[in-house]
Design a protein around this ligand. Structure first.
Ligand SMILES: *Cc1c(COP(=O)(O)O)cnc(C)c1O
Length: 362
């Protein structure tokens, strides 16, 4: 049997493990922050029709620049920041925001360059960075998982990174950043600043999006995804808003025809049905707020959350709690600082199962 060690693999990939939250078949999967509500039968029919329509021309390559989809995404973002007047030229799309991040690293990172992030944060940022041959440096969030602008600026001045990652709301803590902190980072950073807003739609009222900072700031990139609030994780559609010059840069590294005609058609259909798909967001936010209060009522420490998950702790043996829940059919995520666990917000039925299981385990 040939093993990896026998192959002429890149030296810097030796010893790495493939990324992955366990995909276990359990009654209650609350570990990957998906929207728990599947499309309605009417939307399933509309998606099927869209695929059927595009199937008739699958002998041809898709629109390489995803022009219509990007225009639809721009319209959607304009609703979040009225008056922005964004067009498809200000938006870019790829197979999940992970591919967007990979393209950003390919264009703005690479050997001899550095990317910096503030831990604890999304574990794919360092992975995508290092796999692209870019060096990764981590700085740290505060005790309460926020980011102090002065500390962030000091870290940037020390490392002079080509790319800075900010995640807001942050995964796995749920913490949103204020615009003043993002501006301070932009002013100090010598290179690109990526604000990963995968959970933007779940943020609490009064928390502004970094989209507001885009005009006149060509080194800022705001990334979003249809995988979370938009309930389309299976579609693999991520996108960004940035200055059109940034998109010109990404076009140098993207693979030709990277977004399939099927993906483009399904994503456009989902956007046309945004009222239904995002119609569950308010219920999920209420469920989240109730979950935070309930966990605090148990005497646990719980991070404030602007996302569709909650980080809670602190356990001397978090593995035992995680396993106890799994034995009861509830899969959550063992992630974040030592002693903490993360649970995604599900349906009321799923949350009831989680609460029952957690009380038994504790
Ligand atoms: C889930 C998540 C993503 C989404 O990745 P996709 O490739 O769009 O599914 C991006 N960033 C963060 C912080 C996430 O938690």
């Amino acid at each position: 049997m040939t093993s990896l060690a026998d192959l002429p693999l890149r030296d810097d990939l030796r010893g790495r493990e493939p990324y992955g939250a366990p995909q276990l078949d359990v009654p209650y999967a609350l570990n990957t922050n998906e929207n728990p509500y599947p499309p309605s039968p009417a939307l399933v029919a509309a998606l099927g029709k869209a695929v059927e329509d595009v199937a008739a021309s699958l002998n041809r390559y898709p629109d390489r620049d995803a022009t219509l989809l990007r225009a639809d995404l721009a319209d959607f973002l304009n609703a979040d920041t009225p008056g922005a007047g964004r067009t498809g030229r200000d938006v870019w799309a790829a197979n999940g925001s992970n591919e967007i991040l990979q393209q950003i690293l390919q264009a703005f990172g690479g050997p001899g360059r550095t990317a910096l992030g503030f831990e604890p944060s999304y574990s794919m940022h360092p992975i995508i960075t290092e796999v692209s041959g870019t060096a990764w440096v981590d700085a740290h969030r505060d005790e309460d998982f926020g980011l102090d602008p002065a500390a962030a600026v000091a870290a940037i001045e020390r490392h002079e990174p080509g790319i800075v990652f900010l995640t807001s709301p942050n995964n796995p803590t749920g913490t949103a950043l204020d615009l003043a902190t993002i501006e301070a980072v932009l002013d100090a950073a010598p290179g690109m600043v990526v604000v990963d807003e995968a959970y933007a739609e779940f943020r609490r009222g009064g928390t502004p999006s970094a989209l507001n900072l885009l005009p006149g700031r060509p080194r800022l990139i705001v990334t979003r995804t249809m995988s979370k609030a938009f309930a389309m994780a299976g579609t693999r559609l991520g996108y960004l808003a940035a200055d059109p010059a940034v998109i010109d840069a990404l076009m140098l590294v993207r693979l030709p025809y990277h977004l399939s005609a099927v993906t483009q058609a399904v994503a456009r259909t989902a956007l046309a049905h945004r009222a239904e798909l995002l119609g569950t967001v308010d219920a999920l936010r209420s469920e989240r707020d109730a979950l935070v209060a309930w966990l605090r009522g148990l005497g646990l420490t719980v991070a404030d959350s602007d996302a569709n998950f909650v980080l809670f702790g602190s356990f001397s043996d978090r593995r035992a709690v995680w396993e106890g829940l799994l034995e009861r059919g509830v899969l959550i995520r063992e992630v974040g600082p030592p002693g903490w666990l993360r649970v995604s917000v599900g349906t009321p039925e799923e949350m009831a199962a989680f609460r029952t299981a957690l009380k038994e385990v504790l």
